[in-house]
Design a protein around this ligand. Structure first.
Ligand SMILES: C[S@@+](CC[C@H](N)C(=O)[O-])C[C@H]1O[C@@H](n2cnc3c(N)ncnc32)[C@H](O)[C@@H]1O
Length: 234
């Protein structure tokens, strides 16, 4: 599939995911995912690694890995100048035990057969290799290909082939609620101009309010968390 996106547009989108602005309706989850990934990456053994990005059309987290990746390959059914292999995670065209690290962020909601994607990622990872996964739990359907949402339990089940898996909510139910309001305001406000206005006025306030409330009322409740991160080792 060809793309109409320019490299500049792709890089801009990737930067906004890695370092989201406060006016981003997903600031709460994106900023937390960055912290989680940075912390988990410190567990990787030192030395050079071979990386596969499944759903790697944008590669927002590549800057975290770039300096130590001997190879950073991206697979995606949608071609962009950053994609090395146009293909699907359900059928990864690499030999078994090839990669030290696989990253798969915000892609598994769109995969027709998510368990098959995970089985393929497990296959291409070297023994001891690791997967970083992030998946949506609460988000409006955003395209005709948007198929799945994940709970802590679905992640445990889907990651069963791995010998060790750890799951973390990208913030608590408080943030889940405020993030959902943000997304709703920006996506559904009409006329569209109103959505843009809300994005630069109400959204930053809600983002800061949620972060503040989480500090004031610490909770581990993640039953309404908007997104989950997972780390799994083969
Ligand atoms: C929301 S984007 C996420 C992009 C990037 N990983 C990120 O975190 O910003 C989802 C990506 O998954 C890709 N995708 C959808 N179905 C896929 C599949 N079955 N196998 C691999 N990639 C897929 C889409 O083309 C899209 O580029």
């Amino acid at each position: 599939m060809q793309t109409s996106e320019t490299l500049e547009q792709i890089e801009r989108e990737a930067r906004e995911r890695l370092n989201p602005s406060l006016s981003n309706p997903s600031w709460l989850v994106l900023s937390r995912r960055r912290e989680i990934l940075r912390e988990w990456l410190s567990r990787l053994p030192s030395g050079n690694i071979c990386v596969l990005d499944v759903g790697g059309r944008l590669q927002p987290y590549r800057p975290f890995l770039q300096h130590r990746a001997t190879r950073y390959l991206a697979l995606d059914p949608r071609y962009t100048p950053l994609v090395n292999v146009v293909g699907r995670g359900e059928q990864i065209p690499f030999a078994s035990d090839t990669f030290d690290f696989v990253i798969c962020t915000q892609m598994l909601g769109y995969a027709p057969e998510p368990a098959r994607v995970i089985a393929e990622i497990h296959r291409v990872l070297k023994p001891g290799g690791c997967l970083f996964l992030s998946v949506p739990s609460i988000y409006p359907c955003d395209s005709e290909f948007d198929a799945w949402r994940y709970m802590r339990c679905s992640l445990r089940l889907i990651l069963a082939p791995f010998r060790h898996a750890e799951i973390l909510a990208e913030r608590t139910s408080i943030s889940g609620l405020f993030r959902s309001i943000n997304v709703w305001l920006v996506m559904f406000a009409r006329p569209r101009m109103l959505g843009t206005c809300l994005r630069f006025t109400v959204v930053p306030v809600l983002n800061l309010a949620a972060a503040g409330l989480e500090l004031l009322f610490p909770t581990t409740d993640d039953s309404f968390s908007a997104n989950f991160s997972a780390w799994a080792q083969k």
